[in-house]
Write a protein that binds this ligand. Sequence first.
Ligand code: M6P
Ligand code: ZN
Length: 189
Amino acid sequence: MNSIAEPELIFKDQKLIGDKIDRVTRKLKDLGDIFSDKAAYSAMDKETVVYNVESSFPVPHNTEGGLFYGITYIHPGKVGKEYFMTKGHFHKIRNRAEYYCTIEGNGMLLLMDKDGVTRAEKMVAGSIHYIPGNTAHRTVNVGDTILSFSAFWPADAGHDYEIIAKHGFSKILIENNGIPELVDNIVTA
Ligand code: M6P
Ligand code: ZN
């Protein structure tokens, strides 16, 4: 008997291919809370795609010891001066960590600890980022092409979007004279 199997999952032609891939599209209309320039946001076409996520969940959600895999593709663009970005989240089980590995594009990984201190790491093709537990994470496309990266996280980590939806990160990434700048997030609402 031949016990050599074909791969179950393959990244080919900039796409994740396999059985049972979960595909999510996030458009501007889904991201009303996250951008700080509300006037610029309301003037934009809400059907604009900001990012897509393709994920593989080989075990049920919340399985202790299991791992999930996903690829995120963030389109280039801005709302006012703020670059297109993901919603961002803490893990529901706070101490769960994650890896991000950049495939292509130019981005920034925003990391905010539980005391609200935010820092950023540059994402370039091939860069590998360890996201420690108890740390909110968001990715930002600061280039003019697609930013794509793969992610590996524990199946029982879960997503907690609430705090970020309400308060955001303590810093935001804006374009200043063509250069990304990390500035304090002045919450006006
Ligand atoms: C990565 C992983 C996923 C996450 C996705 C988009 O692929 O961290 O778990 O869902 O990025 O990020 P968000 O859920 O914050 O929109
Ligand atoms: Zn995560």
